[in-house]
Design a protein around this ligand. Sequence first.
Ligand SMILES: Cc1ncc(COP(=O)(O)O)c(C=O)c1O
Length: 364
Amino acid sequence: MNTQSIGLLKSEIETPALCLDADALERNIARMAAFLADKPARLRPHAKTHKCPAIAWKQLEAGAIGITCAKLGEAEVMAQAGIKDILIANQIVGPTKIARLVALARETRVITAVEDAAHAAELSEAAAAQGVRLRTIIEVDVGMGRCGVLPGEPALALAQQLARLPGLQFEGLMGYEGHAVMVVDPAERRRVAMASMALLVETAELLRAHGLPVSIVSAGGTGTCEISGRYPGVTELQCGSYATMDAKYRSVGIDYELALTLVATVISVRGSDHAVIDAGVKALSSDFGMPDVISPGGWRVARLSEEHGILARQADGEPLRRGDRVELLPSHGCTTINLHDAYTVTRGDRVTASWPIAARGATR
Ligand SMILES: Cc1ncc(COP(=O)(O)O)c(C=O)c1O
């Protein structure tokens, strides 16, 4: 952990530094908790965004019922940090990983996703051999076109097979409406998300009508939480980015606070229109496009190379000088956070802590 910056002004820290405004983070966590307080759906926030046990614990303290992870390795890190209830919203495939999953299930309450009967049988056999009943939910493709069994009869057939397997405990369904979360037009986003939730909840009802207990119906991302979180029959939300936020979600009108920024230093200038900062794609991801420059105003990121960010001045920008600080809003929080070892945590203009991004790089 890099604790050297603690007590410094944000303007004094070494860069590039991934900064987290702890007050804004806590307000975002409290806002989501307040939104769900009078809804039937509970929150199981996605930790693949922040990858940080310190943040997961804040979410749990605010009422989250557990966390969601994308990878087994992330779940192992979170379990090591004492987190007890973890949904791995993904398919865990292959004997080595299944053995790790079963070992994890002995230590903590873990739920995994399945979409296929042969895969379910493999999980069941490995779990039963260790005397474990592995909690499982069926992943339903509600329109995203990624993983998942189709809704309706195919999901019912799988659930009936799954319920007979001795090593598995069938818990319910998940259906992530990832194709809706970033639809720009709010009415269209709502239409797409509502259609997805209808498929998911109707599938849950079909299973119940055939005597299968469906206790979990899990969905939701930051862009759709207000829609899916109100949809009758959805029991859990998996949103993640709301806690830290990023430029992509801001661009589609999501107004959670911008807790995450990247502070960089100008290392080169040419004339008054061109400046170069000490942060490139090894500090800022570009899968969702260029980061936004928050301060100073009047500059934009023209392009990123490995360790350089090339800034272009716009009409209203003041010329930059070597050594000046530039604060940027990552375009995609999840993939930018994964590039860093720790958050430089600030309150006001001071650094108050360094929080390890312990699950950074846990892609296995
Ligand atoms: C399975 C799953 N659930 C939920 C989310 C929601 O995340 P976010 O709130 O960051 O949109 C994602 C994001 O990719 C996801 O893959």
